[in-house]
Design a protein around this ligand. Structure first.
Ligand code: AMP
Length: 473
């Protein structure tokens, strides 16, 4: 599919897409839109950054356009569930942007803000409601919302919802919707629990999958700086000064760490803001808006707070701390390669993080070019040496006991190559070095299935739904 015209979408939607400057559908859109237009259930294996929001929003808007009717009071025709407030408001923005020439009512139901306005906006019924699960159930329990006339139910980032402890809420919500509905589920990975949920919720679903990891990883110019832990702030300051930066997203492991980095940068005269779960919704929205329009060029974030941040034009991702979950590295650096752009990812690696680096290189199946800025580099250190990890402490929480963790297989890159192609954009990235002891076999595995992600101690499952809404991470 080379044009949005070919889907047969209504003219007002096509017009909005032209205004958004969307010309060619992305692969997930090409696969998904016709299936959703046909009315069937669907499982989409795709993550943020692939264009999946439009993949479900466009055919849903088309349905609303083709069957205009007033939503019942305190009801919605379309319910979209997403794990975080940020993602929910981005999804709502997308519906509003693509549906700007349609007469549709849309609203948001997220935690962390007073409920009154949400209750009022649901009073007369809405066409599209985008919600986080906790707040949605609160609204239902307060009789502000009924789910018995939902025509289309979308579960976005289902694996994240599972990871954040929302699975029971989702079951409760689904049970309140009519059996006669269209259900669309999107997930970056397909752990057992999500596959089971899909089996219970979806009727003869079509499955579509896109594998953005390879393309993302290939497009990003990646570097590692080996450094002393205590030198991170100074080297970050140097890096931000040395590079030509449009927008830099800096990742720290903890909220406290993010604040500390911001304080350090500001002290050195570099404007920066932090975004994490201790910030109020208002603060987070202000910071994101400033980052989007370029008033703040450096945003320091934790993984969870950054999830779903949809900002185009991030030129640099800097891993101030390496993630202990290798998949998070791929998600992080994907922030700089959105909508076809290239980007630069610089990762700081102190001696206690070399095991994480090793895991990341194994996952992406390529060594990352590195430089060494340690004051006392070990003479035995080789670039990208996997031996380093033998000396690094393995973290006790690296794998939940009794839970066997599967790695996502190396995804094909769509060109028929099963390894990262040699870079054609001038970046001198090395090819994988064959199948050494640490190298995965050259045959790719079949379909992306990943079990659980490990959680940091401060990212454990929320004690209750209310906690989750009050204290997003
Ligand atoms: P998503 O995966 O839905 O978060 O989308 C990622 C980014 O791609 C967003 O900034 C969208 O506005 C943009 N996008 C989605 N579809 C297209 C398209 N067909 N052409 C250009 N940009 C797109």
């Amino acid at each position: 599919m080379t044009s949005f015209y070919e889907f047969g979408l209504a003219e007002p939607i096509i017009r909005a897409l032209a205004e958004e400057k969307y010309i060619t559908p992305t692969p997930i859109q090409t696969q998904t839109i016709p299936l959703v237009l046909a009315g069937g259930d669907l499982i989409g294996i795709a993550q943020t950054g692939t264009g999946k929001t439009a993949a479900f929003a466009l055919p849903i808007l088309n349905r609303l356009c083709a069957t205009p009717m007033r939503a019942e009071r305190k009801s919605c025709r379309v319910l979209v569930l997403s794990p975080t407030r940020e993602l929910s408001s981005q999804i709502l923005d997308s519906f509003r942007a693509y549906g700007r020439h349609l007469r549709i009512q849309t609203t948001l139901a997220i935690g962390g803000v007073p409920m009154g306005k949400q209750v009022r906006s649901l009073m007369n019924g809405v066409d599209v409601l985008v919600a986080t699960p906790g707040r949605l159930l609160d609204l239902v329990q307060q009789n502000a919302l009924r789910l018995n006339s939902v025509e289309v139910l979308v579960l976005d980032e289902a694996d994240r919802m599972l990871d954040m402890g929302f699975i029971h809420d989702i079951r409760k919500i689904v049970a309140k919707t009519p059996a006669q509905r269209q259900t669309l589920m999107f997930s970056a990975t397909m752990p057992k629990e999500i596959a089971e949920l899909a089996g219970q919720m979806l009727k003869n679903p079509q499955k579509v999958a896109v594998t953005p990891e390879a393309t993302t990883v290939e497009r990003v110019d990646q570097r590692v700086i080996h450094l002393d832990h205590g030198a991170k702030l100074q080297i970050l300051t140097d890096t931000l000064r040395a590079e030509t930066i449009d927008r830099a997203l800096v990742f720290t492991r903890t909220k406290h760490g993010a604040d500390k980095v911001v304080r350090g940068l500001v002290k050195s005269g570099i404007s920066a803001e932090a975004i994490h779960g201790n910030k109020s919704q208002g603060q987070r929205e202000r910071v994101l808006a400033a980052f989007r329009d370029g008033r703040v060029r450096t945003l320091v974030a934790t993984d969870i707070a950054a999830r779903g941040i949809d900002v185009d034009g991030v030129s640099h991702v800097i891993n101030y701390d390496l993630p202990n979950i290798p998949e998070s590295y791929v998600h992080r650096i994907g922030r700089t390669a959105r909508a076809g752009a290239d980007g630069i990812a610089i990762s700081f690696c102190s001696s206690d993080e070399t095991a994480f680096l090793r895991d990341i290189e194994k996952l992406i199946r390529m060594p990352i070019p590195s430089t060494d800025r340690r004051t006392d580099p070990r003479p035995a250190h080789r670039q990208n040496s996997h031996r380093d990890s033998n000396q690094a402490p393995r973290h006790a929480d690296r794998q939940a006991p009794g839970r066997r963790r599967q790695r996502p297989p190396y995804p094909g890159n769509g060109n028929g190559h099963n390894r990262p192609a040699h870079q054609g954009n001038g970046n001198n990235r090395p090819r994988p070095q064959g199948n050494g002891p640490d190298r995965p076999p050259s045959q790719p595995d079949q379909i992306a299935t990943v079990a659980f992600m490990r959680r940091e101690p401060d990212q454990r499952q929320p004690k209750s739904r209310a906690d989750a809404d009050r204290a997003p991470r």
